[in-house]
Design a protein around this ligand. Structure first.
Ligand code: FE2
Ligand code: FE2
Length: 219
C-alpha cells in the first residue's frame, strides 16, 4: 500500500471508531464536582498542559526536521490554549493561577504517548489520532457551553482553539504521508492509533460507569 492509500485507510478506520465517542457521553472520569463549564475547563487545563509537554518532549527527541518544526508549533499552540482557558476561568470567577492541573499526576494517555519512541508512531498517535479525538470532543463541548448559555466559552473554542486542533490533525496527516512508507511503519502507525483510541474509549466507559460525565474538551 502506498503511504497515501494507507493514510486514507487509517483515517477511515479512526473515523469509524470515533463514532463510538460521539454519543452524548465522551471522556473524562476525572471531573471533580458538578458538570459545569468551570469544572470542564479545569479538565481542559490538564489536557492542554499534557499536550504541551508531550509535544515538547518529542520535539527534543525526534530527528526528522519537519516533525520537529510541527511539534514546535504545537508546543506554542497548546500553551496558548492553556493561557486562554486560564483567562476565561478567571473571568468566570475561578483563580486558575493557584490551580495545579497536574497535582494528581499525568493521565493514562500522556503516559502511553510518553512511551512511544518511533516518529511514525508519535505522529499517528499524538497528532493524527489524538487531535481527531479533540475535534470531536470540542464539538460536543461547544454544544454543552451553548446549552449552558455560555456563549463566550463556546466562541473561544469555536474561533480560537478548535481551528488549531484541526490544524494539528492535518499536520499529522501530512507528516504521516511522508513517514508511513513501509509495511512496518504502517503497522506501527496503526497500532499506535488503535491504542490511543482505546485509551480514549476506556476513559469514556469509566466516565459512563461513574455517572454520566461527558463533554470535556480535548486538545
Ligand atoms: Fe492540539
Ligand atoms: Fe490544545
Amino acid at each position: 500500500m502506498t503511504a497515501d492509500e494507507f493514510v486514507t485507510q487509517l483515517a477511515a478506520q479512526n473515523e469509524a471508531l470515533l463514532e463510538r465517542l460521539v454519543p452524548e457521553a465522551t471522556l473524562k472520569p476525572e471531573v471533580e464536582g458538578d458538570l459545569t463549564v468551570i469544572n470542564l475547563l479545569k479538565v481542559a487545563l490538564k489536557n492542554e498542559i499534557e499536550a504541551t509537554e508531550i509535544a515538547a518532549r518529542w520535539l527534543v527527541t525526534t530527528e526528522e526536521l519537519p516533525v520537529k518544526l510541527a511539534l514546535a508549533r504545537q508546543v506554542g499552540d497548546e500553551a496558548r490554549h492553556y493561557r486562554a482557558i486560564a483567562d476565561r476561568l478567571k473571568t468566570l470567577g475561578f483563580a486558575a493561577t493557584t490551580f495545579d492541573p497536574l497535582a494528581k499526576g499525568y493521565g493514562p494517555l500522556f503516559k502511553y504517548l510518553d512511551t512511544l519512541r518511533g516518529t511514525v508512531e508519535r505522529v499517528a498517535a499524538g497528532q493524527f489520532t489524538r487531535e481527531a479525538i479533540a475535534v470531536v470532543k470540542n464539538r460536543q463541548f461547544i454544544e454543552f457551553c451553548e446549552a449552558a448559555g455560555d456563549r463566550e466559552t463556546a466562541a473561544l473554542y469555536r474561533d480560537i482553539i478548535e481551528p488549531d486542533e484541526r490544524h494539528h490533525h492535518e499536520l499529522g496527516r501530512t507528516l504521516l504521508r511522508s513517514l508511513a512508507t513501509t509495511p512496518e511503519a504502517q503497522q506501527a502507525a496503526t497500532a499506535a492509533a488503535r491504542r490511543t483510541l482505546e485509551l480514549a474509549e476506556e476513559l469514556q466507559n469509566q466516565a459512563l460507569a461513574s455517572a454520566g460525565i461527558h463533554h470535556a474538551p480535548g486538545c
